[in-house]
Every structure is written in C-alpha cells, then in structure tokens.
Design a protein around this ligand. Structure first.
Ligand SMILES: [Zn+2]
Length: 366
C-alpha cells in the first residue's frame, strides 16, 4: 500500500506558494491545516478540515482527494469512495485519486471496478504504460476469480475455485465461524460487515499477493488463504484463519492506522494455541538487544526477521493485556477508528507514553 506520505507531499505541492494563513474558514488556510493534519496522521481532523474546505471551494479536486485519503485511513470506505469520485469528477486526470479509488475498490473485492478506473486513468495519463503492470495483474486475477464459486454463512463468504472440493470450503467456513465466536467473545466487539475469505492454491496466492514465501495468508480487505497439504492440518488451518480474522476485525474497528506491531501482536496472541512459544523465539534470537523499538512494518522482512518481529509484537500485546486489560486495548482501537492520533490515544487508554512502553517492552522490562 502506498504511504500517506506520498499523498501528503502531493497536497503540500498543490498548496505551495499560496497566500499565508488568513481566516480560519478560508479554503486555502483550511487546505493547509488539512495537509498538516494528514502529515501528522491526525486523520479525523484532516477529514473534518478538508470536508469543510471542499464545501467552500467545490471545484477543487485536491480538497476532495484530501478528504478521501483521510476517510480511507479511518476505514470510512463509503465516504472515501465518494470523495475520490468527487476529485475525479472535477479533474479526470488526477492520477492519485484514480489510484486510491481503484485500490479501495480492489480491497472491497470490486476488481472489475478497479480495472475500469485504471483504464479510464490511462486515457488521461501522459504515461499510460506506467499503469499497465498493475492492470495486467488485476485482469489476470479477474480471470482466475471468474472460475470461483462462493459459500456463505452468517458472518462469512468463502470464495473457492469451482474445480476444488466443496467440502474444503465448508470446512473453512465452519472454522471461521468458530474463530469468530471465540474472538468476538474475548474482545467484546464484532465486525459490522460480513467478511470475505478467498481460498487459493499456493501458486495462485503468490501470484495475487506477491508476498514473501513465509507468508501463511494475508488480509487486505479480504482474507486470502493458500491451502496446501501442510495447512490442511486442522491445527494449522485454525491458527491461520483465526489470525486473519483478527486482522479483519481490527480493520473494521480501528481503521487503517493501527500500527503493524499491534495488529500482528493481537492476531498472534489470539491464535487458538496462544503465543507461549514467543519467549523461546526471542531468547534464541541473540541479536535482540540491537532492537530498541517495536517493528514498524512486516513487509519485505526475511523469514528470520519476521519471526522475531511477530514474537516481539506478540509479547508487547500480551504484556499490555496482562497489565492494562484487553478492554483498554479495544478502547484504543476504537479511538483510532474515530480518528484519534495514535500517541495520544495510547497514552490516554494505556496510561503511559508509547515511546516509554516501546523501549521498556523491547528491553523486557515492562
Ligand atoms: Zn498477520
């Protein structure tokens, strides 16, 4: 996923050279305030300010885009879609709005819409070939998806290739519902929408996600699971499905600003067998003293580094639950979903500064 930094830089460029701050409701001043809020990851503030600015200056595509980015990060997908569409209606050549809108459609499983947005964007782009690789991958995935069927339960839709065995899909959906009951009862919150899971072969999964070979599954708006002989073992399949369900729940409660360590730590701690082996992983790591902060991202890590990152994240979350209670952690997620900046919400809900926690938990002194 592209970083918010890229969009912030773009917005700063859009507003550079304009007059300095004037009245608080001046669209230019509001746009600057919105850009600063995006930059500081205060997405709730950014959404409010850009929305107000766009009302005052309805022809400005970048104001709609700013509101769209903020809404996207908060997990407010319908608002984000409307704001990106507003930006493209005002300026059909506004490529970042097309890219973010297509990404939003893709994550919601609307692959044909994502493709259509890119095809239109190509017509307006001076460098249409730059969009071609992504377009090719999505067309290939759409062709694969056209061979899939679905099975449904109360809380899940499972997509599976028509030629694969139907009992597997039924088995996956049963395991997901079991994970749902256990985790919803543990956390005290439930997803507001039905969750989609897609079953792949390992080759299909690698093609679609292009993740590292240590990845057992993925969540990017849909749970994506490669099922092979090893993962068909009941324990392993339950672990994977439970882990990814937690990511889906976290996304619905906390939006897209939940730090990776908290998201992965929670998913690991809530696996059916728990996370008892993490201390051994950390003990044998050897180089853990070199690490002073919780991992910021898991993408691109080697298998070894990923194991350590999961273990240190799981320990951090486990310690928070032991010392502050799971309700405080859920309240923090809800604050993030409402647009609160992470550092402020962390301090309020967990009664300490994030920097202090991060340092002490990595030193094993929390
Ligand atoms: Zn995960």
């Amino acid at each position: 996923m592209r970083s918010s930094l890229a969009c912030t830089t773009l917005l700063i460029a859009a507003f550079a050279g304009v007059a300095p701050l004037r009245a608080a409701d001046d669209p230019t001043a509001l746009a600057r305030a919105g850009t600063a809020a995006l930059d500081a990851r205060r997405f709730g503030d950014a959404l409010a300010v850009f929305t107000k600015a766009a009302e005052k200056q309805p022809g400005d595509a970048s104001l709609c885009f700013g509101a769209g980015v903020a809404a996207f990060m908060l997990g407010k997908n319908e608002v984000a879609q409307a704001r990106f569409e507003c930006a493209l209606a005002r300026d059909p050549a506004f490529l970042p709005a097309a890219e973010w809108l297509a990404d939003l459609h893709y994550r919601a499983g609307r692959l044909a819409d994502a493709i259509s947005i890119y095809e239109t964007a190509q017509q307006h782009s001076p460098k249409p070939q730059e969009l071609q690789p992504q377009l090719d991958r999505w067309r290939k995935e759409l062709a694969l998806q056209s061979r899939f069927r679905d099975a449904r339960s109360e809380h899940f839709v499972v997509l599976f290739e028509a030629t694969a065995d139907e009992p597997l899909a039924a088995d996956v959906i049963r395991r997901l519902e079991t994970a749902y009951r256990r985790i919803v009862s543990t956390l005290g919150v439930s997803p507001s929408q039905r969750i989609t899971a897609v079953i792949y072969t390992r080759g299909q999964f690698d093609d679609v996600t292009r993740l590292a070979d240590w990845s057992a599954a993925a969540y990017d708006g849909r749970i994506r699971v490669p099922v092979n002989e090893a993962s068909r073992e009941a324990g392993e399949l339950d672990r994977i499905l439970s882990h990814e369900f937690v990511h889906a729940l976290v996304a619905q409660v906390g939006g897209r600003t939940v730090p990776a360590w908290m998201n992965e730590g929670l998913a690991t701690v809530l696996e059916p067998a728990g996370s008892d082996d993490i201390e051994a992983t950390l003990m044998h790591a050897g180089d853990r003293r070199a690490r002073s902060r919780l991992p910021g991202s898991f993408v691109g890590l080697s298998r070894h580094d990923a194991e350590l990152a999961y273990a240190s994240s799981a320990r951090a979350v486990r310690r928070l639950i032991e010392r502050r209670g799971i309700d405080a952690l859920v309240a923090l997620l809800e604050d993030l979903g409402q647009g609160a900046p992470f550092a402020r919400a962390f301090q309020q809900r967990l009664a300490m500064r994030y920097e202090d926690f991060s340092t002490s938990v990595m030193r094993d002194s929390f």
